[in-house]
Ligand binder design. Structure first.
Ligand SMILES: [Mg+2]
Length: 189
């Protein structure tokens, strides 16, 4: 057995919140501390789920998503620990947006072609959990379910999750989390 890493995309590698805010011509609901810890942006904006997704869909919405500022370093860190061949991207397809999967695949090929043969689409991420399986994700529920199913996890601290008070320290938290899981205390660069 060897450790395998499942790396989330939205909110970890791509700036979904930025993309959604732009699509709605609104400022991010997380600029206000009151929104912290609430995952669903539409609740903070006071709009319906349908109205939210009506503007967050289609090939261009997903493909032109910007990288998060930590994305490259998260990938570098993950690669140092696991090796590129042991990393897959695990991302939820936006249902029923048929163009989401195609656009996300193209996005990965554009920015991280080293993972283009290991892209897994699915929302029930805990089905891939088990011994020596690690998930890096920004959603509380995904992390909790994956852990309950026997996997190890690192929650990327973001304003919309439980670790929001550490959202300015993404790389430190990811690095420490991986070091604990992999049982190493030395610095990997
Ligand atoms: Mg995510």
């Amino acid at each position: 057995m060897s450790y395998k890493l499942l790396l989330d995309m939205d909110g970890v590698l791509d700036d979904f919140v930025g993309g959604a805010s732009k699509a709605h011509s609104r400022t991010s609901p997380y600029e206000d501390d009151q929104g912290h810890g609430v995952f669903d942006m539409e609740k903070l904006w006071g709009i319906s789920t349908n109205d939210f997704w009506a503007k967050c869909q289609g090939y261009n919405f997903w493909f032109w998503m910007e990288k998060t500022k930590e994305a490259d370093e998260i990938v570098n860190l993950a690669t140092a620990y696991f090796g590129v061949d042991n990393i897959a991207i695990l991302t939820s397809p936006s249902d029923p947006d048929r163009e989401c999967v195609e656009a996300k695949r193209d996005w990965i090929k554009k920015y991280y072609p080293q993972f283009s043969k290991r892209i897994i689409f699915g929302s029930a991420k805990e089905f891939l959990a088990g011994p020596e399986r690690v998930l890096i994700d920004d959603r509380d529920r995904n992390v909790e379910d994956f852990r309950a199913a026997g996997g190890a996890t690192v929650l990327v601290p973001r304003p919309w999750n439980k670790e929001n008070d550490r959202s300015g320290k993404v790389l430190e938290v990811v690095k420490l989390g991986l070091a604990v899981i992999m049982g190493v205390s030395n610095d990997i660069k």
